[in-house]
Design a protein around this ligand. Structure first.
Ligand SMILES: NC(=O)C1=CN([C@@H]2O[C@H](COP(=O)(O)OP(=O)(O)OC[C@H]3O[C@@H](n4cnc5c(N)ncnc54)[C@H](O)[C@@H]3O)[C@@H](O)[C@H]2O)C=CC1
Ligand SMILES: O=C(CO)COP(=O)(O)O
Length: 337
């Protein structure tokens, strides 16, 4: 049994805390909202994020970050990308000993263009980090809490740390693989949200299944092109954290990114979409970061560029799709050029 803190009680942090508590670990779930901690401890629910789920009685919540920081030898970071710098920075003030960190967030910080593990190293400082393991893959919280069969990958350059995380999370409904390709896993997990927004948009435009299959396939091509140039293993992008997560996020009604894209495709302005969602839509900020990464690494990412124009330059979704269709002719396989 491990002592584990989960930081962030949104849908994914809560679902993973349930898994860990059910696996017998001494699990503490931290939220920055006292009323949410009270609800979890007293009613064993987290209705805003997982309305139909009863949490196990042995899952305890706190709104005290100092208590959360000191509770554990393993710390799971499950806040949205935009909160990681602040939460890890605060945590670093409250803990002296090293911990094993696991992160489950899917994004890239715009402007710095740091991947999540890089951002964590910068904000936690090296003295606190035993290892950082990224846990990623096709895994909607809404299905994990129903104990529906789900597969994910734990990645770390130190494979022993990835195996430790595999053991912590794995059970009869959550199968965990390992990988040493942190870059590939983090880039696939972040960028699939960009393509899922685009898939939601074409569904909102009622363009149907041909268009969606094209987006998934060509989206994977541009994710792979960038990820390989950044040092990722090409095979990672064909695996759970690449193709697998792309499929689930582009096709599931649970996907926040697909749902947001769908509303955009139906003509709702971005501000209204975000207000209606009430949950993090990582793909919006990641589109900005991915667009910057494409320029930095000099990689063609036409779907990302088109989405960037829709989100940030007032291009209509229909115009963006029309322009993608009449781009310069080219061969399908371009060997990551
Ligand atoms: N929801 C899912 O099924 C999955 C989500 N993820 C990833 O996990 C991460 C978290 O996503 P969700 O749980 O879906 O988000 P969510 O929107 O359901 O919840 C986010 C939580 O973070 C908290 N938060 C926001 N800003 C904060 C701050 N500055 N300080 C402290 N807490 C803050 C919110 O109060 C909320 O409790 C994202 O990067 C997402 O891409 C990954 C796999 C599955
Ligand atoms: O990453 C996810 C599933 O693997 C969750 O995606 P959404 O944020 O689009 O719901």
């Amino acid at each position: 049994m491990e002592r584990i803190t989960v930081l962030g009680a949104g849908s994914w942090g809560t679902a993973l805390a349930i898994v860990l508590a059910e696996n017998g670990h001494d699990t503490l779930l931290w939220t920055h909202r006292q009323n949410q901690a009270d609800e979890i401890n007293n009613q064993h629910t987290n209705k805003k994020y997982l309305p139909d789920t009863t949490l196990p009685a042995n899952l305890v919540a706190t709104a005290n970050l100092a208590e959360a920081a000191q509770h554990a030898t393993t710390i799971v970071v499950a806040v949205p990308t935009k909160a990681i710098r602040e939460v890890c920075g605060n945590l670093a003030q409250l803990r002296q000993e090293k911990a094993l960190f696991v992160h489950v967030s899917k994004g890239i910080e715009p402007d710095t263009l740091l991947r999540i593990s890089e951002l964590m190293r910068e904000s936690l400082g090296t003295d606190l980090i035993e290892d950082i393991v990224v846990l990623s893959g096709p895994s909607h919280a809404e299905e994990v809490v129903l104990q529906h069969p789900t597969t994910v990958t734990a990645a770390c350059e130190n494979i022993a740390a990835a195996e430790k995380v595999q053991d912590m999370f794995m059970n009869g409904y959550l199968r965990v693989y390992t990988s040493e390709d942190v870059t590939g896993v983090e880039i696939g997990g972040a960028l699939k949200n960009v393509i899922a927004l685009a898939a939601g948009i074409t569904d909102g435009l009622t363009y149907g299944d041909n268009a969606k299959a094209a987006l998934i396939t060509r989206g994977l091509a541009e994710i792979t092109r960038l990820g390989v140039k950044m040092g990722g293993n090409p095979f990672t992008f064909a695996g759970l954290t690449g193709m697998g997560d792309l499929i689930v996020t582009c096709t599931s009604v649970h996907s926040r990114n697909w749902r947001a894209g769908n509303m955009l495709g139906k003509g709702l302005p971005l501000e209204e979409v975000l207000e209606q969602m009430g949950m993090v839509v990582e793909g919006i900020r990641t589109t900005k970061a991915a667009h910057q990464l494409a320029q930095k690494y000099d990689v063609a990412m036409p779907i990302t560029a088109a989405l960037y124009d829709v989100l940030f330059s007032d291009k209509t979704p229909k115009e963006a799709v029309d322009e993608l269709m009449i781009r310069m002719k080219k061969p399908e396989i371009d060997e990551f050029q």
